[in-house]
Design a protein around this ligand. Structure first.
Ligand SMILES: [Zn+2]
Length: 108
């Protein structure tokens, strides 16, 4: 499958909320995940729309370059915020189970 087909498939699947594994149409979406009610797989959602790996090697218009920068900056800002919120929620959840005066090891 070529890049354009994959890109359009992921874009369509994000819009129509279809499982990329089984093409099931019943995703239960929660935060940045989705669980397919047909095959049971847990997915990162929305799907990251793929980018050509040789994008930076190509000569592209300044508009395409700016669009790519804006797309990925937006993705990183949202991803960073979700990671921060997720980590804060985990720490808050554990707060009742840990003692503040003791050390703890955090994996990540
Ligand atoms: Zn599925």
């Amino acid at each position: 499958m070529d890049f354009d087909k994959i890109f359009l498939r992921f874009k369509k699947y994000n819009y129509t909320k279809i499982c990329k594994i089984c093409d099931g149409e019943c995703l239960r979406i929660f935060a940045h995940t989705a669980k397919c009610q047909d095959c049971g797989v847990l997915l990162n959602f929305p799907y990251v729309e793929p980018r050509e790996v040789d994008f930076l090697d190509k000569e592209v218009s300044s508009l395409k370059y700016i669009e790519a920068q804006e797309l990925w900056l937006d993705w990183h800002v949202k991803s960073g915020a979700k990671n921060h919120n997720n980590f804060t929620a985990m720490v808050n959840f554990c707060d009742a189970f840990i003692k503040r005066e003791s050390e703890m090891e955090v994996l990540d």
